[in-house]
Design a protein around this ligand. Structure first.
Ligand code: IMP
Length: 183
């Protein structure tokens, strides 16, 4: 286990089983259709890479990068697009892939923004969900794990850009973000 982490929340095996389950469900729901998976950088990259390799319907993928306005680490709900999609989405079936839905503010903005571009459908798939922190109601169609309000890292999730490469999901030790250690 990584020394900055308190405990393992989800093992590699638990994650991989869940990814396969989600991909099977998505493949069933989109049979006979082509999917455009939209990954939200950077946290979703590892999840997306595993997910799309288990989806059996024709699938394209593209990425968006967004950031919240303001200096605070708390979500403000005002989102800036840092990188937009490379293609139009008119007439397409969109599946937004997120690492974690926390307040829901980022996702809510993204869904509203993509809806204006004329897709046939938009659904959301997240690996993790912290329902206790939700500030806006946003529909999540495929949900890997509901977790308590811990700050978690690994499998794509970061704290100050670190820990994304850890293969499992761990609870970050509060000493790390309470000023105990510099990033
Ligand atoms: P929301 O707009 O509050 O739902 O923000 C979601 C984003 O916050 C995620 O895509 C993550 O980048 C980040 N985030 C929220 N909780 C965590 C966490 O526990 N670990 C790492 N990143 C998190």
């Amino acid at each position: 286990m990584h020394p900055d982490c308190e405990r393992i929340l989800l093992t590699e095996e638990e994650i991989h089983l869940k990814v396969k389950e989600l991909a099977a469900q998505i493949s069933r729901d989109y049979s006979d259709r082509e999917l455009l998976v939209v990954g939200i950088l950077k946290g979703s990259v590892i999840f997306l890479a595993d997910l799309v390799r288990n989806i059996t319907v024709p699938t394209r993928f593209d990425f968006m990068a967004v950031s919240s306005y303001g200096a605070s680490s708390k979500s403000s709900g005002v989102v800036r697009i840092l990188k937009d999609l490379n293609q139009g989405i008119e007439g397409r079936h969109i599946l937004i892939v997120e690492d974690i839905v926390d307040t829901g503010l980022t996702l809510s903005y993204l869904v509203d923004n993509l809806k204006t571009r004329g897709p046939v459908s938009i659904k959301v798939c997240t690996l993790l969900d912290k329902p206790s922190r939700r500030m806006v109601d946003v529909a999540v169609h495929y949900n890997g794990f509901q977790i308590e309000d811990h700050f978690v890292v690994g499998y794509g999730l970061d704290y100050n850009e670190r820990y994304r490469n850890l293969p499992c999901i761990m609870v970050l030790s509060p000493n790390v973000y309470k000023g105990g250690k510099k990033a």
